[in-house]
Design a protein. Structure first.
Length: 468
């Protein structure tokens, strides 16, 4: 069995309780020396001590043993790469030591850096004519994204609820739609009707709790109608679980909580349509062939990509992916992340990334090996996805999605079998966006970087007008 070390968590728990090591030792019934060794990760956690922590400090044992250091390390590395800190940077050992011995300081540093980045992003987005208050607030979307990432984009309680539902009915994927309709009607007296687009008031789905009717737009295809029924069922049957999950978070605003409940219900819907064990087995068996999985589970390409980011169950993990969806203007409309790929949080507008090329080749999967300015390498897939069409005037509602993983996992994907890894120099050199990218001699540069200066030589013309 794998040994569990909880030095950082234990030290923080003791400090929150305002106790010395001796006082904590007295509560747990162990020696102060043993507490000291646990905090220094020189002893692994035993089951009796874990149970004592749960009993005496009113904490969930899962929170105690959950190791979030990998995500924190990724966030810290990303912050240190900021041009603000150009020069003598700490190495990986120093960063890990900071996380182990000064976790609160590290968290505050990351929070400060994220606040700085949010302010800069808002400055670029809003310009100079908006009210200053808009620069001080984070969007509900960002708050929810951070909450999902802090939970590794995995929620066991929702997985269990979805598994229990599937076990009761045990129907093949193509019959899930009828199963959901019957369950909604038989257990909750909720009827489902499909209505013309013109009668839906620009909505795709409306649930009227008073009349107990779910209205679905004709604009939705079969896969998305099924998904919407599972989404509503989550609110009908699992509202207490949704509130319990968000009650343990630090989400405060009503709008952010509502947004989080929507995303958690989406998570549940995906878990119903693509049960964890069967989906994970199919992913491994097919070498993550997305079209093959979409066919097997009667879902869309985008739904498979989204579900792949949630395969984070202990002892049955899948390849950790990030997922990004953009519109034709480069705006990020959806993002989930189980990797250290920070472009999924801060950008997506680099023209070197073939995510944008996907709009010129609808429905075609475009593989690409990419490298960030800090040297991190990833394998990505880009493809368009279709949105519901309302009329001739709004028929082109195409978006582009990207799915990617760290280069060390790329060999597990069927897409690399015919698209071999290039030499290091041949990786596509992408960035977050031009405002924040310090990459030199980029032929696609559209803006001067906000931090740092590019060279200007009056006797030379570079590939762009920003650098010579």
């Amino acid at each position: 069995m794998q040994k569990t070390f909880i030095g950082t968590q234990l030290r923080q728990l003791r400090r929150d309780a305002g106790q010395t090591q001796a006082e904590m030792a007295g509560v747990l019934g162990i020696s102060a020396a043993y507490v000291n060794l646990l905090e220094k990760n020189q002893r692994s956690l035993s089951v009796p001590v874990l149970m004592a922590l749960a009993d005496h400090y009113n904490v969930d044992w899962r929170d105690v043993v959950m190791d979030k250091s990998a995500n924190i390390l990724a966030d810290l590395r990303n912050a240190i790469q900021d041009p603000l800190f150009a020069g003598n940077q700490p190495d990986i050992q120093e960063l890990r030591a900071a996380i182990d011995y000064a976790p609160a300081l590290v968290q505050n540093f990351i929070k400060l850096h994220q606040s700085h980045r949010t302010a800069m992003d808002n400055l670029m987005r809003f310009g100079s004519e908006r009210m200053p208050q808009e620069l001080l607030t984070s969007s509900a979307e960002s708050v929810v994204h951070d909450f999902f990432r802090n939970n590794f984009n995995y929620f066991e309680v929702l997985e269990q609820a979805a598994a229990a539902l599937n076990e009761q009915w045990q129907c093949p994927p193509h019959d899930v739609h009828n199963m959901l309709k019957h369950r909604l009607f038989d257990r909750h007296a909720i009827d489902v009707i499909t209505k013309p687009v013109e009668q839906m008031n620009d909505s795709l789905r409306i649930y009227d709790a008073d009349s107990r009717i779910i209205q679905l737009s004709e604009a939705l295809d079969f896969q998305n109608r099924t998904f919407q029924l599972a989404h509503v069922l989550c609110f009908v049957e699992l509202s207490d679980i949704l509130h319990k999950v968000t009650a343990t978070s630090k989400i405060e605003s009503e709008r952010a909580i509502a947004r989080c409940h929507v995303e958690l219900a989406n998570y549940f819907a995906a878990a119903v349509l693509m049960p964890y064990d069967a989906f994970h087995a199919m992913a491994e068996q097919s070498s993550y062939d997305i079209d093959r999985m979409a066919s097997a589970f009667a879902v869309s390409f985008e739904q498979v990509c989204h579900r792949l980011t949630t395969l984070q169950r202990e002892n049955r993990r899948g390849v950790p992916f990030f997922f990004l969806r953009i519109d034709k203007a480069g705006n990020v409309t959806k993002r989930f992340n189980a990797t250290s790929f920070n472009i999924a949080e801060y950008g997506g507008s680099c023209p070197v990334w073939n995510l944008h090329t996907a709009f010129r080749t609808p429905g075609v999967i475009l593989p690409q090996y990419v490298e960030l300015p800090d040297g991190e390498k990833f394998f990505t897939l880009a493809r368009t996805t279709e949105r519901p069409a309302y009329s001739m005037q709004t028929q082109d509602r195409r978006l582009a999605i990207a799915l990617g993983c760290e280069i060390k996992h790329a060999h597990k994907l069927v897409y690399t079998s015919t698209f071999q890894k290039p030499v290091d120099e041949a990786f596509s050199k992408i960035g977050i966006n031009c405002h924040l990218c310090l990459r030199r001699n980029c032929s696609q540069r559209a803006h001067d970087p906000l931090f740092g200066e590019l060279t200007t030589d009056t006797s030379r013309r570079g590939e762009t007008r920003y650098e010579s």
